[in-house]
Design a protein around this ligand. Structure first.
Ligand code: GRG
Length: 300
């Protein structure tokens, strides 16, 4: 499926990425703040690359709803900090035991296991303090954002999904069981990124709220299926993490259970379903459309 969206959002990605990197840099303690090794590891976990897809989704959904981007910086940074935390834990020996992330040694390889655990532990409260310090939003909007993001990363969100994923290694799952796990492990945070800007609007219609909710749910699942495909079809140097690691861990993934062709087909179906939900937003949804297509067409 080829993109028909003007390239204008692509041109703005660099600006949004610089904006979020700036916000993350401000939020993180400096590497000279004591304890230095811990702060250095936190900075390494967050600032060592990454596509910044979740913050970009926050800004793109914000464009759909006309939300001032200064209000979006806090939820965008908060979600990226939680994401970075989850990658550090995901790579630990007790989980996927990976040596490479974003083309560099994983945090426990670069530092040590205890430092990696502590760095991740400290990123989570930092994420919520960024939200609590959101500038210019009413207190009740900040509380709604805390509720959304804490739910997305908790035991009925990302952490629950990771637990199901670990327990499913070597098992046969039905399509709906697998997609349920994907919607928690990967989808919950992506969905939160897409619906967060709506919590900063006073007059969001039920139609638009439901459309973004559906868009967020399906594109989150598509993101994980594409991640599975890249694990098989991508090269380590390009994807920045060891290709083939899902198969070596005997992970329950879409391609392993249903094959490559069915996985590509499912990604395309989910993309079509996501894009259908952008109709109520007209041209202001072009950035979200671009990102949805990027998510299923990306090479890394
Ligand atoms: C953070 C509360 C909390 C708990 C951690 C370890 C864990 C529980 C969850 C793991 C969830 C996980 C790693 C899901 C996979 C999501 C995924 C496909 C990550 C890759 O995202 P990209 O491609 O990475 O956006 P970059 O490097 O570009 O940021």
């Amino acid at each position: 499926m080829k993109s028909t969206v003007p390239e204008y959002f692509k041109d703005r990605i660099a600006a949004y990425t610089a904006r979020i990197d700036d916000r993350l840099e401000t939020a993180l303690p400096s590497a000279t703040t004591s304890p230095k090794r811990l702060h250095d590891a936190m900075r390494y976990a967050v600032l060592n690359g990454g596509k910044r897809v979740r913050p970009l989704l926050v800004y793109a959904a914000g464009e759909c709803l006309g939300v001032d981007k200064t209000l979006l910086d806090a939820p965008a940074a908060s979600i990226e900090l939680i994401h970075a935390f989850s990658l550090v834990h995901d790579d630990l020996p007790a989980m996927d035991d990976d040596d490479l992330r974003r083309g560099k040694p994983t945090v426990h390889r670069q530092y040590d296991e205890a430092t990696a655990i502590l760095a991740a532990d400290a990123l989570q409260p930092l994420a919520f303090s960024v939200l609590a310090n959101i500038d210019g939003a009413p207190v009740d909007a900040a509380i709604r954002l805390v509720r959304l993001i804490s739910h997305a990363c908790g035991s009925t969100g990302m952490t629950g999904g990771q637990s199901i994923d670990l327990a499913a290694e070597g098992n046969v799952l039905s399509c709906s069981e697998l997609e349920h796990m994907y919607s928690l492990k990967t989808g919950a945070l992506i969905h939160a990124a897409i619906v967060a800007p709506g919590l900063l609007c006073d007059d969001l219609s039920a139609e638009k709220s439901a459309a973004l909710d559906h868009f967020g749910r399906v594109i989150g699942i598509a993101f994980q299926i594409k991640d599975d495909l890249l694990d098989i079809e991508g090269e380590t140097e390009v994807i920045g993490k060891p290709a083939g690691s899902d198969a070596s861990l005997n992970k329950a993934t879409y391609p392993a259970l249903f094959g490559l062709e069915a996985s590509r087909r499912r990604c395309d179906e989910l993309l079509v379903s996501a894009l259908r939900n952008l109709q109520p937003f007209g041209n202001s949804a072009a950035p979200l459309e671009w990102l949805a297509r990027y998510i299923v067409e990306r090479g890394q």
